[in-house]
Design a protein around this ligand. Structure first.
Ligand code: FAD
Length: 579
């Protein structure tokens, strides 16, 4: 069998969004090397794009009117016998930053690939049943669009996605339990003594957790089906821009779709030399399924997932060490938020090594290098939480002509369209924070765009939440981001030290910070540390989203005594000073 080769738009100079004015070949045509295949036209010139190889056109990804740029797929060529695919003209220098997306003009429906019979046709297929996919399916169902939600299900996943089965929900079940346990131990100075032993039965906790997951999965399935969408179990793979093969065990079928939403999510990144074995070298999913508290846990990565789980296991009785490559916890995040967290980790007895790297894990020892020296940390378990990788390699994006960046993310426009206009991408497979509520919000946007509504995704106020001790959250811009955006930012920070509710709760670590524009008073962002910071940020996000100003917030009556009133107090400090 001869090789299939995707011909892409070569580097023809500095242009973007250039229009295809002629398509000189069609599916089935034999093309010679250097033969012109399309003509593109910019304001300055008209150019022929030649084929780099000889072969037969198997698929066409563009039509007259498509807008293209360097690297966009033009067609797939079945190379003439004996020819090997030349290196891609753009792969070697592809950018790592997000690529701007110019979705193609609507394409004619692709015929089914040769020898494939289509078992049914749907208006929309949604690939992946996580918070992105199921919210999209619920919304398209509500809009009366015939929708098929395809979810492979399996260990750590199913309808509800990573979030329900091995992320947000199980981690919070563990964190909450650990928090209560630790809180009881801390009540001694308030006159509460625990006379017996407090025992932790992680097996029982796992059963309880599974009960929650099952209930939530069933609620989500009811919501999807109640909205009129259908759920199909199986692993999906694109065969063409309009055909999805679904495999479930030995069964295969091909569905033809008018629109597709890709919502296949992400998985933990594995480090060389520290391969996950599910027993001692763990990703978050395996750590959340442990039936015994690890004796010595080394957390590789000081991001939010590693710290949330590390603190929970510490409170449940493990000895915990965090090793982070960067010189800051929550690398890339707000330094001010990392500070109270670092203090609390110290109080809790969690050892932290910044600027350090776990090189290998041998015979119960984590070998760590730091500033030119090496040392060892005893470890019964390693939790590797160094980021997540999008699930985009095995779903046939190439066959549909969907562009992927060098890190595997799918560039998507504000309407969540990929470069192929009827294929959408949402959630962890796209750029932006890997958060469930961002995936869901994008799912609703994609659904409404498909439904013909004027929707677009606006990332002005995506709240970030960290369920550590203290809890942390932020929304909108911090000072540096606001300055870059052209504002005259000012911020006010009020520590929780003097807050009545915080003192009564024994949680006076933390603060509320507001960022506002000095000229207009517009509230640009907020950050919270301590108390129920993850619950409170939604309300502040609504204010940022609505364009409220600091005075609006200062005039809002908040309940007392609460952690939430700290935002009002901060706003009053600014507003009252001005008068
Ligand atoms: P996913 O939830 O990953 O869902 C994708 C789905 O697609 C999966 O069900 C998968 O089985 C399915 N799938 C993949 N390939 C195929 C295929 N070929 N065919 C069929 N189905 C397929 N986010 C928060 O907002 N708050 C939190 O507190 C939080 N805590 C987290 C804690 C942990 C430990 C982890 C790991 C993550 C956490 N997240 C949290 C992140 C959150 O889980 C993700 O951002 C969210 O699940 C992304 O949603 P998604 O729909 O894009 O993808």
């Amino acid at each position: 069998m001869s090789e299939l080769y995707q011909v892409k738009v070569p580097d023809l100079g500095d242009f973007k969004d250039i229009e295809v004015v002629e398509v000189l070949v069609k599916v089935g045509d034999e093309v010679k090397k250097d033969q012109s295949i399309i003509v593109i036209e910019s304001e300055k010139a008209t150019m022929d794009v030649p084929s780099p190889e000889s072969g037969v056109v198997e698929k066409l990804y563009v039509q007259v009117g498509s807008k293209v740029q360097k690297g966009f797929p033009i067609l797939s060529l079945r190379l003439s016998e004996g020819r090997a695919a030349p290196p891609s003209p753009v792969a070697a220098e592809a950018p790592s930053a997000p690529v701007a997306v110019s979705p193609s003009a609507p394409l004619p429906k692709a015929p089914p690939p040769a020898g494939i019979s289509v078992s049914r046709r749907v208006r929309l297929a949604v690939l992946g049943g996580g918070p992105g996919g199921y919210e999209a399916a619920i919304r398209t169902g509500q809009l009366g669009i015939e929708t098929l939600l395809v979810e492979r299900s399996g260990p750590g996943t199913g309808i509800g996605g990573v979030c329900l089965h091995s992320g947000c929900i199980p981690s919070k079940a563990l964190i909450d339990t650990a928090h209560h346990l630790h809180h009881v131990r801390e009540l001694e100075e308030r006159g509460v003594s625990v006379l017996g032993e407090i025992r932790v039965d992680l097996k029982k906790l796992q059963q309880w957790k599974r009960g929650i997951i099952d209930k939530l999965r069933s609620y989500i399935e009811q919501a999807v089906q109640g909205a009129g969408a259908k759920i199909q179990k199986g692993e999906g793979r694109l065969l063409s821009p309009n055909h999805l093969e679904i495999t479930d065990g030995g069964k295969k079928e091909v569905v033809e779709f008018e629109n597709l939403i890709v919502a296949t999510g992400s998985r933990a990144i594995e480090l060389p030399g520290l391969s996950f074995d599910g027993k001692t070298v763990l990703d978050a999913r395996a750590a959340l399924d442990l039936e015994e508290v690890p004796r010595w846990l080394v957390v590789v990565g000081g991001g939010y997932i590693g710290l949330e789980l590390g603190i929970a296991f510490k409170k449940l009785g493990a000895k915990v060490t965090v090793v982070e490559l960067q010189n800051q916890l929550l690398p890339g995040g707000d330094e001010a938020l990392a500070r109270p967290l670092a203090r609390r980790l110290q109080q809790l007895g969690v050892e932290v090594h910044l600027g350090a790297k776990v090189e290998k894990f041998v015979s119960g020892m984590a070998h760590v290098s730091k500033a030119g020296s090496t040392f060892e940390i005893p470890a019964s378990h390693l939790l590797v939480a160094v980021g997540r990788r999008p699930n985009t390699e095995k779903i046939g994006l190439d066959a549909a002509g969907v562009q992927v960046d060098p890190k595997g993310f799918i560039p998507a426009s504000e309407k969540k369209q990929t470069n192929v206009s009827h294929i959408y991408a949402i959630g962890d497979v796209t750029h932006g924070p890997a958060l469930a509520h961002k995936a869901s919000a994008e799912g609703v946007v994609a659904a409404e765009v498909i439904g013909g509504l004027p929707a677009a995704f606006d990332n002005k106020a995506i709240p970030a939440v960290v369920f550590t001790d203290p809890e942390l959250s932020y929304v909108g811009m911090n000072d540096a981001e606001a300055k870059n955006a052209g504002f005259s930012p000012k911020s006010i920070t009020v520590p929780n030290r003097g807050l009545g509710r915080a003192m009564a709760a024994g949680e006076s670590e933390g603060f509320a910070r507001l960022t506002y524009d000095e000229n207009s008073g517009a509230l640009l962002g907020a950050a919270l540390a301590g108390g129920p910071a993850t619950d409170m940020i939604g309300g502040l996000g609504a204010l940022v989203e609505m364009g409220a100003n600091i005075e609006d917030l200062s005039l809002t009556i908040f309940p007392h005594p609460t952690f939430s009133e700290q935002a009002m107090i901060a706003a009053q400090r600014v507003a009252h000073k001005k008068k």
